[in-house]
Design a protein around this ligand. Structure first.
Ligand code: MN
Length: 401
């Protein structure tokens, strides 16, 4: 597959990727586009020009209508866009609908319905268990039997670049709780998937239904206040420690683009219950990179996640709960076995005991006001061309009172 669009060497946005997003040009309403090289292809204008089947999916400020249309629409649409971008006979008609991505504003790509966050990295769960409960087994007895997760706050999922204001809350003090800005503001580098096709009540979605229901993947930074979390999380799990902001990348990478990145996940022992078994390998060879103020601090490997996205989907619906278009499911912090593969500062600095030294001479335990975090990722794609994810960034602003 070769596109007539100029693509820089090593670009993660080749014609084998074509992630969807929502963008606007100055003075225009947001609409749906796909990224190709350093440009964005305007699908609303393409449809208006008769080059795509127009059901008004694309002249919209979110991907939800298109995501709800289902795989029987996603597949031919993707094939058609590939044809338009590879067959030079379409170049004259299509080229006017490309805009440099530097000239447009990127928006929240979809309206989040429910937001679920898992805890599916064994290395991360083990590290957190050791840090938070040093006197007991790091992995709780349920962990190897199901993908543990919690329902988060959909309304505070924000697009990349949104400022993150240091939250206030209760923390444990020497003599009871103290109230103030968090002193342990942290990141969690994650990969999330978004549901397109809804499911019916009381009809669990099997692992084999993943491609029929899931539209694509984004990167997530699950901002976390560790001191608030440590005080509030037992017995019902995180609440205000994570609900203030969750950032996602602006481009949704289609499931189809990641097929070449599928790899066998780690062996699961004990064998999970039948509803969690998977006939196909659904580890994904996505390598994340976490930058703090422009310095690489970690490269978490998503391929090592113990629980896979189809298992997370099957588990979420096994009780009959419905899926809705826009449901966002985060993987949980992605951490590998090495220190430089840990996806959170609480792990990288062992709860602040081992500060990170950045190349510019500064030290960090947790985030300080003014810090900027950027998470990016790549995966192997067709023909050896990498699949890029859009970056998810955020800068910390001082607490407001
Ligand atoms: Mn998380």
């Amino acid at each position: 597959m070769k596109t007539w669009v100029p693509i820089l060497n090593g670009s993660g946005f080749g014609v084998n990727n074509l992630p969807y997003g929502v963008f606007s040009r100055r003075g225009e309403l947001p609409r749906v586009g796909v990224a190709i090289g350093e440009q964005v292809l305007d699908l609303a204008d393409l449809a208006a020009a008769g080059l795509l089947a127009d059901r008004r999916w694309f002249a919209a400020g979110s991907l939800n209508a298109f995501m709800a249309a289902g795989r029987t629409v996603w597949q031919p649409t993707r094939e058609r866009i590939i044809t338009l971008l590879t067959d030079v006979s379409y170049r004259d008609e299509v080229e006017p609908h490309l805009s440099p991505v530097a000239d447009v504003e990127l928006h929240m790509p979809f309206e989040v319905a429910d937001y679920v966050d898992f805890y599916s990295s064994r290395e991360h769960a083990t590290n957190l268990g050791r840090i938070l409960r040093p006197d007991s087994e790091p992995l709780l007895p349920n962990w190897r039997h199901m993908p543990v997760g919690y329902h988060g706050r959909a309304g505070t999922v924000v697009p990349s670049g949104t400022p993150v204001v240091r939250p206030y809350g209760q923390h444990r003090g020497q003599e009871g709780p103290v109230f103030g800005p968090t002193a342990k503001l942290d990141i969690e580098a994650e990969v999330g998937f978004v549901v397109g096709t809804p499911s019916a009540y009381a009809q669990p979605v099997p692992t084999a239904g993943f491609r029929d229901h899931v539209f694509g993947f984004v990167l997530i930074n699950d901002w976390s206040a560790r001191d608030i979390q440590a005080w509030e999380y037992q017995p019902l799990g995180p609440f205000l420690a994570k609900s203030f902001a969750t950032s996602i990348s602006p481009w949704v990478v289609p499931v189809a683009a990641l097929e070449p990145a599928r790899v066998p996940p780690p062996e699961q022992d004990p064998e999970p219950l039948p509803y969690l078994r998977c006939d196909e390998p659904w580890g994904l060879d996505v390598t994340l990179q976490v930058d703090l103020n422009g310095h690489v601090v970690s490269r978490p490997p998503f391929a090592g996640m113990y629980w896979t996205p189809p298992q997370q989907l099957a588990h979420t619906t096994v009780n009959g709960a419905t899926l809705h278009t826009g449901d966002l499911m985060g993987s949980g912090t992605v951490s590998g076995p090495r220190r430089d593969q840990r996806g959170s500062l609480i792990e990288l600095t062992w709860n602040g005991d081992e500060p990170l030294e950045l190349p510019d001479g500064t030290k960090r335990t947790f985030l300080e006001d003014g810090d900027t975090v950027r998470i990016q990722a790549t995966a192997p794609g067709l023909d050896g061309m990498p699949i890029g994810f859009g970056d998810v960034t955020g800068t910390i602003y001082p607490a407001v009172r």
